[in-house]
Write a protein that binds this ligand. Structure first.
Ligand code: ADP
Ligand code: MG
Length: 269
């Protein structure tokens, strides 16, 4: 095996959110379908939550990518924390109006209420736990106008905080949770990701035993798995260049998996 394959394999596990790199996983596909259906229903808000590294941003990017062919959809990957800037961005995206000065909530509401929509635009808000409580409340009021629909993405812990607030309990029509992968899902994830990059030999290195160990170390978290495998291929590259006789390139070694886990801080040395 050429070192270029390890180089490509390593780069497969860079922590990048790109719709083209999306891997179809059964459980995620089911959730994805239900979310796509929800988006088509006349509901007000959708809440998607999960621990960091469970694939929320990736999922959202894919949703955005797929919906944008047929729908009016906007993705806000980075929260806009200033109220006025947030409303100005919405005004620009939804109404194609540019404001120079301040745009406060009352003013924006007035503009929205006067505006007729034939198709409700969808706004996808990633990292929504960073928005202030008062801005979330305004977002809720904007949803009530039915002139726009929000999909809100939150870290898991913040979900309890948010829906504990009673005004949100009745408003959020649907909540969807993303979770860490099972061992089987993790195997699919690793192999499909490598195969997408034409790293077939590398994909074949991961049997059930190796994946079970990786799952034990990462708990099935996608981000942690990326980190671990990026380091793992980096270690293989070093062996390949310096000490080729020490490695077996047909199967991943548990020792190197453990070394990678130590290097990435997943286990203590
Ligand atoms: N379905 C998927 N297909 C491909 N890569 C994924 C998928 N889910 C997660 N990932 C990978 O895992 C990493 C972490 O996922 P991310 O969406 O950023 O998690 P979160 O937003 O929940 O913290 C991403 O950079 C991406 O590389
Ligand atoms: Mg994210």
């Amino acid at each position: 095996m050429e070192s270029s394959i390890f180089e490509s394999s390593k780069n497969v596990f860079l922590d990048i959110v790109n719709a083209g790199d999306y891997v179809q996983l059964d459980r995620v596909s089911t959730i994805y379908q239900s979310l796509k259906d929800s988006v088509n229903k006349p509901l007000k808000m959708i809440l998607l939550y999960g621990k960091p590294g469970t694939g929320k941003s990736m999922f959202l990017k894919k949703l955005y990518h797929d919906l944008s062919n047929t729908k009016r959809v906007h993705l806000y990957q980075t929260p806009i924390l200033d109220d006025s800037e947030f409303f100005k961005k919405l005004a620009h995206d939804l109404l194609d109006v540019k404001y120079n000065g301040e745009l406060n909530f009352t003013q924006f509401m007035k503009v929205i209420e006067e505006h007729d929509v034939d198709e409700i635009p969808i706004i996808l808000l990633d990292e929504a736990q960073l928005y202030s409580g008062s801005l979330m409340e305004k977002i809720r009021l904007l949803s009530d106008t039915r002139k726009m629909k929000f999909v809100i993405i939150l870290h898991k812990t913040e979900k309890e905080d948010l829906i504990a607030k009673e005004h949100f309990q009745t408003r959020i029509w649907e909540t969807i949770e993303l979770e860490n992968a099972s061992s089987t899902e993790l195997k699919t994830y690793i192999q499909k990701k490598l195969m997408k990059a034409n790293c077939f030999d590398a994909a074949n290195m991961f049997g059930n035993k190796s994946v079970n160990l990786i799952h034990k170390l990462t708990n099935g978290n996608y981000r942690d798995t990326n980190k671990l495998l990026y380091t793992l291929f980096d270690i293989y590259l070093q062996y390949l260049e310096n000490d080729r006789s020490k490695i077996n390139i047909n199967q991943v070694s548990n020792k190197i998996i453990e070394m990678s886990a130590i290097q990435t801080g997943l286990i203590d040395a």
